[in-house]
Unconditional design. Structure first.
Ligand code: ZN
Length: 180
């Protein structure tokens, strides 16, 4: 695996979350090719980091790994790992709901997405699976898959709304920096 951070990083289970403005969030991530213990440790650390940050999904690029994987836990008792995911079917029906992102803390906006998706992916051992998702699970999958293509949820807003979100994020961050 190509890592942006040295492997010893995984001795800590908490990973740093990259935020808006970091280049890696705008890059297209590369396929995962090696299903080894490093990948398994990364996935475990991603779940811990996501849960600690109170998120429902976290993608590789958000923790500095520009590879095609994400984890999801929408608090329905299932922990999902998607590696090299592809959406193979989407419903015509759409749904609109508020979204946030661990990489854009404090910013929330309504986003319209497909109501249902069917996804093909591999698990942490490389075994292929297919899942049909709806509701928050379908939304989280689409949000995380966007991350693998360098797209953030604010990129799906109209220009004016996106500008407002970026300004609000920058304002919030500036405040935080001067307080620190
Ligand atoms: Zn996100």
């Amino acid at each position: 695996m190509t890592l942006y951070t040295p492997p010893r990083y995984y001795e800590r289970t908490m990973l740093d979350i990259y935020t808006l403005g970091e280049e890696i969030l705008a890059e297209k991530a590369k396929p995962v090719k090696t299903f080894d213990s490093t990948l398994a440790l990364l996935v475990d650390a991603m779940f811990e980091t996501m849960e600690e940050a109170d998120g429902v999904g976290l993608a590789g690029p958000q923790v500095g790994v520009s590879e095609r994987l994400f984890v999801i836990d929408v608090r329905d008792g299932n922990r999902w790992v998607f590696i090299n995911p592809e959406i193979i079917a989407t419903s015509e029906e759409c749904a609109t709901a508020e979204e946030g992102c661990l990489s854009i803390p404090g910013i929330f906006s309504d986003v319209t997405r497909a109501a249902r998706v069917t996804v093909q992916a591999q698990d942490v051992k490389g075994r292929p699976f297919t899942v049909e998702a709806e509701g928050l699970f379908a939304r989280a999958i689409q949000h995380e898959l966007d991350h693998l293509n360098g797209v953030l949820f604010i990129d799906r807003l109209d220009k004016e709304e996106r500008g407002r979100a970026v300004r609000a994020f920058n304002r919030r961050n500036r405040k935080r920096r001067t307080r620190a």
